[in-house]
Unconditional design. Structure first.
Length: 642
RNA sequence: GCUACUGUGGCUCAAUGGUAGAGCAGCUCACUCGUAAUGAGCAGGUUGUCAGUUCGAUUCUGACCAGUAGCUCCA
């Protein structure tokens, strides 16, 4: 007998080898009908799996993240069976659950079209209606290879061969389709009621561009049709927040065929950008940074010395000056280092924090470009910190705190990732280990959670990255903290230590916004163009009711201008409703409608674009001096919500 | 760069193997108006570029360019 404990602290005994489904049923028939799987000793399992030893069991439903993962992973198998029925020559690669659905990678001569997605969707519905139970079984490695090799399932064979010797190899059978899979899966697929296949895309086998490109189909499924519709509605709504669309509508920036990946900032975009820069300077000054600026074009020899030539040449632009080869900087660090080497430093000077809003150019692959999020010319809010090895941890923590402060100002959520030594790295193993340990300890001491990306570091050092999400949940790396022992070595950087000897400083490269361009993209999507007052390109729109109010409304507009606000006086001969509609669509935070009443009473009805519980614009009345005080307060506090 | 798809006036979209039309935006005129669209008129396009097929291409074919989704890469 084995003992099973449940989240409420209760426990029961079962026969060894009991199915999780039996356990669910023993507690309650209703539960057995509703649960999708279970978390057993912290590991997610399907209900068709068995228990052989004492365990703590928590059953999960669709609402739980584990439940969704099981549900979507199973949906991927249903799709695979449908594809096998419709396109018998197909070879299967992998088909996992992702954040909001699933995909499966297929290799077939047939090129999938959008119409095919509908056919596959129909077939999936048929399969679900057939009422299969997903059964799990195990095979030995030899049995598995004997089974899949003759079928020509090269990807499955590849997967089996790469599994560790002692790994249990499990399979799931759905109708006539047997798939190599660790699981977990639903036992009963009839729960997959609402199905939508979303897109087709290419994806390399094992994510390596040297391998064959497979066809990937993305889809999502729900237990309830209503939830699927809600999800599709969310995607539609998110499209409206796309920074490329809002950027055009609000006249913030533009892209042109003449300069792919090189954004053009319009005057309204520049207001946001300049406000962002002032904010950034203020925060960095307070955090003990000094600002520098280094040239955009530097001699090629510098890039040989820095290692960029060997590790980053493919992404660099080059040019010639008087028969000498020059490179356009893809990173700011070598420039900073030249300033560093301009004189001698003492340990007493450390830590030194040099910040630079540096415009860098990188030849990104054409297919990777994406609005402001991924461009070929961007301004990094870079900084290079120079210190002794003993200062590393505190400095890392300081940067993390600055990130918290700056992202917090905008109310952004973010997650962190730690990336370790890559294959093409420079430098000694021990240095890397030490550097990685410093980063891990800094995160650990601050109690931060992070995702570990083995082998994903920069060529000169390990890094911590900060990722922010866009409107549809894609995350973009913004902040980064990179430890570097290599550049100081390569450039023979020194300082004088307490013993009066020359010593090697440690260098930290870091950004917080990441790039002003990307950060603005995130900012636009986060606020859907309804910016906090302090960064709004136009803060107040003054709207006279008719021409005879113009003289008075102009005075009001002028006073607001003098008070330092960005104001537009809309004197066009249009109806009030029309002007309000326009100001609303242009997402101007405050509107002041001025007519007879205002002229007589000197009190203004102010309309704000944020909405109340009833979905109406917030509206309030106040005199001009009070309004100016209120707006000043809102700007200086950098309030997110008015 | 790779796979698939897309490319018609500033924006959103329509149409056709016989050289393009609407709405919004713009401009002009009238209206002087109280909280999300006043009316009328005008102007605006060598249908992404270059070739090919054809009596004739914007429509068919090819190459290139740009964009979209994903992969790879990355701030």
């Amino acid at each position: 007998m084995i003992k099973v404990t449940f989240p409420d602290g209760s426990a029961r005994e079962y026969e060894k080898g009991v199915q999780l489904y039996e356990i669910a049923r023993s507690i309650s028939e209703g539960l057995a009908r509703n649960v999708l799987g279970a978390v057993v000793n912290g590991e997610t399992r399907g209900l068709q799996e068995t228990l052989t030893e004492n365990a703590s069991v928590r059953f999960v439903r669709f609402e739980d993240p584990e439940g969704k993962a099981i549900f979507w992973h199973t949906s991927a198998h249903i799709m695979a069976l449908a594809v096998q029925r419709l396109y018998p020559d197909v070879r299967f690669a992998i088909g996992p659950a992702i954040d909001d659905g699933f995909y499966y990678d297929f290799d077939t001569e047939h090129r999938f079209s959008p119409e095919d997605l509908e056919r596959i969707e129909e077939e999936m519905k048929k399969i679900v209606a057939e009422g299969h139970l997903l059964e799990r079984f195990e095979m030995s490695r030899e049995e598995a290879l004997d089974r899949f090799r003759p079928m020509g399932e090269v990807y499955k064979v590849d997967l089996i061969e790469s599994l560790p010797e002692d790994e249990v190899i499990s399979f799931y059978q759905l109708g006539e389709f047997i798939d190599l899979c660790r699981g977990p899966h639903l036992k009963d697929i009839s729960k997959v009621k609402a199905i939508k296949l979303l897109s087709i895309a290419g994806a390399y086998w094992r994510g390596d561009e040297k391998n064959k490109m497979l066809q990937r189909i993305y889809g999502t499924t729900y237990e309830k049709k209503k939830d699927l519709e809600a999800h599709l509605h969310f995607l539609e709504e998110a499209k409206k927040r796309d920074h490329r669309k809002i950027g055009r509508e609000m006249d913030l920036f533009s892209m042109h065929e003449e300069g792919p990946g090189f954004p053009f900032f319009h005057s309204k975009g520049m207001i946001i950008r300049n406000e962002l820069e002032s904010f950034w300077r203020e925060k960095h000054k307070a955090a003990g940074y000094d600002e520098i600026r280094t040239p955009m074009i530097l001699n090629e020899s510098l890039w040989h010395r820095s290692g960029h030539w060997d590790h980053y040449k493919e992404n660099m632009y080059f040019t010639k000056i008087d028969d000498e080869e020059y490179a356009i900087k893809p990173m700011n660090c070598p420039g900073s280092i030249l300033i560093y080497k301009n004189r001698m430093y003492s340990y007493r000077d450390f830590p030194m924090r040099w910040a630079e809003l540096g415009l860098v150019h990188r030849h990104e692959l054409s297919g990777a470009l994406h609005g402001l999020m991924r461009v070929r010319a961007f301004t990094q809010d870079d900084a290079h910190l120079f210190m002794t090895a003993g200062m590393i941890k505190e400095e890392i923590k300081g940067v993390i705190r600055l990130c918290d402060d700056i992202y917090g100002t905008f109310g952004f959520n973010y997650h962190m990732e730690l990336s370790t030594r890559p294959e093409n790295s420079m430098g000694e193993r021990e240095q890397w280990d030490f550097a990685e340990l410093q980063l891990k300890e800094a995160l650990g001491e601050m109690g931060r959670e992070y995702i570990l990306n083995e082998g994903d570091g920069a060529f000169y050092g390990p890094k911590i990255d900060f990722h922010l999400a866009d409107a549809i949940g894609r995350t973009w790396q913004c902040g980064t903290i990179q430890l570097d022992f290599q550049m100081p070595e390569r450039f023979d950087m020194t300082y004088i230590n307490e013993q009066g000897e020359k010593a090697r400083p440690v260098m930290v490269h870091r950004t917080i916004l990441g790039s002003l361009e990307r950060f603005m993209g995130i900012l636009i999507e986060e606020f859907a163009g309804k910016f906090p007052l302090w960064i709004a390109p136009e803060q107040v729109r003054v709207i006279p009711v008719s021409d005879r109010h113009h003289a008075f409304s102009k005075k009001v507009a002028d006073q607001l201008l003098e008070a330092g606000f960005r104001v537009r006086h809309d004197q066009r001969s249009e109806k009030v409703g029309y002007k309000i509609r326009q100001a609303q669509m242009e997402k101007v935070p405050y509107m002041l409608v001025i007519g007879d009443k205002e002229m007589d009473e000197g009190v203004f009805a102010v309309r704000h674009f944020s909405v109340d519980e009833k979905g109406k614009n917030k509206q309030f009345e106040m005199g001009l001096p009070e309004l100016i005080d209120k707006l000043r307060e809102e700007v200086s506090s950098r309030a997110i919500q008015a």
